[in-house]
Design a protein around this ligand. Structure first.
Ligand code: ZN
Length: 429
């Protein structure tokens, strides 16, 4: 938070250029009359029908901190002021939101974007009820190993641009399709050029070369591979599931990562009941991801912890699987995040709005809860307080919807409503 700034700070003085600026903005809905360099200039976004701040002390007092007839001031890369538009301070530039909704940029806290190839045939067979015996994740591992660094980066950049057009301003992404020391570390090196939220997932599956000796693969993941990957990563993750890594292996892998300064998160309880969620709580993981098959004990453990339950409905959609029960988690007091799980095998969507619509339609979330979980919830899953909210001091990461309310994200599924995106104070869409 920036000290000395209040969301209710009155306008210090009238701005003689404001009227002309407003007219220009009305005709062109873009930033006008820049008076200072981009790094220090202030921009007012006003005439916002509904502003989601995610600060319950603002606006209507709900978790969304909704303000109607609102304005936001961006200064440099941060939010400088949020409040009723009639009290907005003078600024260098002015944007008229035209009675539309503004909300924080989406925080997609779970994706797998460093890969090559795709798995169209596998998806087509699954959705057509035909048997398909190709290698699943192994197919992507082979394509990823065969790709050049440039190909991997071009692929990543393409999916990031796609996500940005749909309002995602922060994303986490993982390795996990290399499964050798060299291929895992280069995946993380490529990812780290695009985000600070990089996760080492050498323990996605047991590498094919180690199929007969999983213990040796765990030794590699916690030894030489970890040494090579730790410099590029913030997080360590493991796929704790039957057929991947069991609870003891997952504990050994996450503990080794913690000893190297990485923070744990985990793929847990996606396909079946298991120890993943309770292990996440035991290790104070930032997030337990998927959470589709949960016992009452799992939910109690989450509710009494700092661990966020990250739900990934794109995976259930793309595999015609049972939905996670968001309502049960929310009613128990668990913090819930919503993310895409974007990956070529089980959830090939980069669209957070699509996940919001699914969560509302099929997982028992209200539109308000789903929007909170895709913004502030994602930030909580990354243990961040500087994103996912539009309050003074937070990064100026926000989106303008071509709709009067955030509810339209669920009400109008599949419609490209995002019409403006600012990241770090700069308009990028
Ligand atoms: Zn995943």
């Amino acid at each position: 938070m920036t000290p000395g700034r209040s969301s209710e700070r009155p306008a210090p003085e009238p701005d003689p250029t404001a009227d002309q600026a407003t007219k220009d903005a009305m005709s062109n809905a873009t930033t006008v009359s820049p008076a200072h360099s981009a790094s220090t200039a202030s921009t007012l976004i006003t005439n916002i029908a509904a502003l989601v701040t995610n600060d319950p002390s603002l606006g209507d007092g709900t978790p969304l901190g909704l303000i109607q007839g609102a304005a936001v001031v961006i200064e440099g890369d941060r939010i400088a002021w949020t409040g009723d538009q009639s009290k907005a301070p003078a600024t260098d530039n002015r944007v008229d939101a035209g009675g539309r909704a503004v909300l924080p940029g989406f925080v997609d806290s779970h994706s797998h974007l460093v890969f090559a190839g795709d798995r169209t045939q596998e998806f087509n067979a699954r959705m057509s009820g035909r048997p398909y015996s190709a290698g699943g994740i192994r197919t992507t591992v082979a394509a990823t190993r065969a790709a050049t660094d440039e190909e991997l980066e071009a692929n990543l950049t393409r999916y990031l641009a796609e996500a940005l057009r749909q309002g995602t301003t922060t994303f986490e992404t993982k390795s996990g399709y290399g499964l050798t020391t060299e291929d895992e570390s280069r995946a993380l090196r490529v990812a780290s050029r695009h985000t600070a939220e990089v996760t080492y997932l050498g323990a996605h599956i047991v590498a094919p070369e180690f199929a007969q000796d999983p213990a040796a693969y765990v030794a590699l993941v916690t030894g030489e591979m970890l040494d090579a990957c730790a410099p590029y990563a913030r997080w360590i993750d493991v796929f704790c599931e039957k057929g991947a890594f069991d609870g003891d292996q997952a504990r050994a892998i996450l503990t080794a990562g913690t000893a190297r300064g990485l923070h744990p998160r985990i793929h847990a309880n996606q396909l079946s009941y298991g120890p993943g969620v309770r292990l996440a709580v035991e290790l104070d993981a930032a997030s337990a991801d998927h959470c589709t098959h949960l016992t009452e004990e799992d939910i109690d453990a989450l509710a009494n912890s700092r661990t966020v339950a990250t739900l990934l409905p794109g995976a259930e959609f793309s595999t015609r699987a049972e939905w996670p029960n968001a309502r049960r988690l929310l009613d128990a007091g668990v913090t819930v995040a919503l993310s895409t799980d974007c990956n070529p095998g089980s959830s090939f969507t980069s669209s957070v709005p699509f996940c919001v619509a699914l969560a509302v339609r099929d997982m028992g979330m209200t539109p308000d809860e789903a929007v909170w979980s895709a913004t502030a919830g994602g930030a909580a899953a990354l243990r961040r307080t500087d994103i996912g909210r539009l309050t003074p001091g937070a990064y100026a990461d926000l989106m303008l919807l071509d709709a009067p309310s955030h509810v339209h994200l669920a009400y109008r599924p599949g419609v490209p409503l995002v019409t403006g995106v600012w990241r770090r104070g700069e308009r990028v869409l």
